[in-house]
Design a protein around this ligand. Sequence first.
Ligand code: FMN
Length: 388
Amino acid sequence: TPNYGDYQLEVYLRGLTGVREDLPFTFAELEARAHATLPPDIVSYVAGGAGNEYTQNANVTAFDRWGVIPRMLVGAARRDLSINLFGMALPTPLLLAPIGVIGLCAQDGHGDLATARAAATSGVPMIASTLTVDPLEEVAAQFGETPGFFQLYNPKDRAVAESFVSRAEAAGFKGIVVTLDTLQLGWRPRDLKLGNFPQLKGHCLANYFSDPVFRTKLAKPPEEDVRAAALVWASELSDPTLNWNDLAWLRSLTKLPLLLKGICHPEDAKRAIDGGIDGIYCSNHGGRQANGGIPAIDLLPTVVEAAGGAPVVFDSGVRGGEHIVKALALGASAVAIGRPYAYGLALGGEDGIVHVLRSLLAEADLLMAIDGYPTIADLNPDALHARA
Ligand code: FMN
């Protein structure tokens, strides 16, 4: 297998024939061009964060505190970026983070399917959100050989949660991620200013509208009154009373690998693992939920330690290959990409996502090559230098 860094060779060779890559190679350009392409309410929803967006921005800049220490003559001609997650052999340490409304980021309005196809092409698993334009069965049908995960927003009605999880199992998903940081919606000034909440318009609710249990709650089917159905959805979206006493019930939902997303404190990580949860997903939702101030990457090391060897997925603020390398060095088992792939999708559909993933992997791979860390196992805290 080639090194991921060889993507640059491909680009330079195409350049020799006069063909330039149209898609951006930096996050800044990706973001700017996607914002110019997408409708304003989608830009607001994707780019916006909680409060004054301090946490959202700090998620990215916090990586700058760390530097990768170059080591010479290690013998890093070949790199191995593969990982094993819950017994699944994956070619790269990346995952596609769940993004509700990813469906609407695609020019054809079917971004969930495009993301699933990009997962099939790249081998990078998609964590499909509960909030999709196309139902989870149709998303899963595009995964090819790449395993997929289903992300659950736990509804008020447990019967709906149980229905979603059993549908995900039947559709062939290989793991379930329960998101805990969104029991209530965060305060998002950009969306508030536009009075914009896509789901309330009935968007991205295919999993609910196709669900036999959810449909029993509706006076009229969504095909007849989508506004009313969306309001029922809003009241059912999330159970704000969910607490640690419900952990056993959550665990009982599935025999598949089960992860809790939003865990940032070591005691919460330990409690989850002690309660039979298989993996921790350390994330502050990209700073979209609580503007609490602490970048997620700063909290990762103690969460990893508390997880006691259980896999820890990390996201929030990953924009370049160096961020992937640093998150792995700080103990992440896998790193999930959020906004960058949404922007790749907006610009280039499935190919846009694949380009973003290949670019991130190439940058990470070449950093590992040049700084002398040929495998992920070589990436540990000793590879990093903290600046004052
Ligand atoms: N996380 C979920 O668990 N479920 C979702 O449905 C979901 N929707 C999101 C929608 C958008 C537009 C964005 C940007 C993020 C969403 N997230 C959701 C959070 C992501 O999974 C991930 O935690 C976040 O994007 C990481 O931050 P970053 O994109 O700034 O790197």
